[in-house]
Design a protein around this ligand. Structure first.
Ligand SMILES: [Mn+2]
Length: 345
């Protein structure tokens, strides 16, 4: 799951690169041939769109866990600093193709992907996300009333693997989200963080401090990781947060943002004996952002109501895009994860 494809779309030759990357990702995810074809079609459309509307766009392809069957899915994210799409409703209409004769159109992408969402702001750019599962998209089912997690994971210097990893588990009333940043970067960092995510499944119903203790043992054979665990109890409307190492976290509740604090240490190497747990209220409109230290510490939390209702992966990608700049390049792998009620379209 640590494999990432980050393809800049500077000219038309890169459209093919994005499609090939989507096909490679589909093979890694074990998608059947017709879903691989869907991923390739959506990838081509997103890349073509970037070429038409933006100068410095790129497509990031992550392997993520499908929200409905827990199998590995392919997530395609296009992001740019372009002028924005003037008429999103028109661009999303099925059959409408930005390239007139080429491409399937964004409306088709929305119909054939299992999840699709797009945020476009004039002068700031566009972020679009599509997820392709093993099974064809089923339309008309009501969206889940529960919060869900989405994220974006980008390796330093367009490396093949990210040393960051995230995962979430929903059991009963409890939703547990984990972000791990393996020490350093490269495959050894990826081994530590993916171990943390794999271990979460067996212990997700335990309190966050217990989960970190368990990971402290499980990660001993790895080089260790910074890990934060956020657990929402939907029944009681409470959020419990515990973090060891440098994972940033901010919670939006009642229209304001507050930081959640991690504590010094390395899970699997120099973990503190006890990790303080922060307790906060969790409401229907709450939104949680976790990020690794590739993200600048001083990012601006969003207040755009339209964005806050978007698919969590779109929110994460907008935060990543707007926090970075050529003057402030990321110094490490960067992962941003958002937990919220955003439904997308
Ligand atoms: Mn790292």
């Amino acid at each position: 799951m640590s494999r990432v494809w980050d393809v800049p779309v500077a000219d038309s030759t890169r459209v093919r690169d994005v499609r090939v990357a989507a096909e490679q990702a589909s093979v890694c995810a074990g998608l059947p041939p017709q879903r691989t074809a869907t991923a390739a079609l959506v990838a081509t459309e997103l890349a073509t769109n970037l070429l038409r509307h933006a100068d410095d766009g790129h497509v990031i392809i992550n392997l993520v866990e499908s929200a409905h069957d827990r199998r590995t899915a392919v997530q395609l994210l296009s992001l740019d600093h372009g002028p924005g799409i003037p008429d999103v409703a028109q661009a999303m209409r099925d059959g409408y193709s930005t390239a007139a004769t080429l491409g399937a159109g964004l409306g088709t992408c929305r119909r054939i992907a299992n999840a699709f969402d797009l945020h476009s702001a004039p002068g700031r750019g566009t972020v679009a996300v599509a997820r392709i599962d093993h099974d064809p998209a089923v339309r008309g089912s009501s969206p889940s009333p529960h919060p869900r997690a989405g994220g974006v994971n980008v390796p330093l210097g367009r490396a093949e693997h990210s040393g960051d990893a995230w995962g979430w588990v929903h059991t009963g009333d409890r939703l547990t989200l984990l972000l791990a940043d393996g020490l350093g970067h490269g495959p050894k960092a990826a081994e530590a963080s993916t171990t943390a995510v794999a271990e979460l499944r067996g212990v997700a119903d335990r309190p966050p401090a217990d989960i970190l203790r368990h990971l402290g043992r499980a990660l001993r054979r790895t080089r260790g990781a910074a890990v934060a665990v956020a657990q929402v109890d939907l029944g009681s409307g409470r959020l419990h947060f515990a973090g060891t190492g440098n994972i940033g976290a901010r919670l939006r509740t009642d229209g304001g943002w507050k930081p959640l604090l991690s504590h010094p240490g390395i899970v699997g190497a120099q973990a503190p004996a006890t990790v303080p747990v922060q307790r906060e209220a969790w409401r229907d409109d709450s939104l949680l952002v976790l990020h690794s230290d590739g993200m600048p510490t001083r990012w601006t939390p969003p207040d755009d109501a339209v964005l806050l209702r978007c698919d969590p992966a779109v929110v994460a990608a907008v935060l990543l895009r707007d926090a970075g700049s050529a003057a402030r390049p990321a110094g490490d792998d960067t992962c941003v994860v958002v937990l919220g009620r955003g439904t997308g379209s």
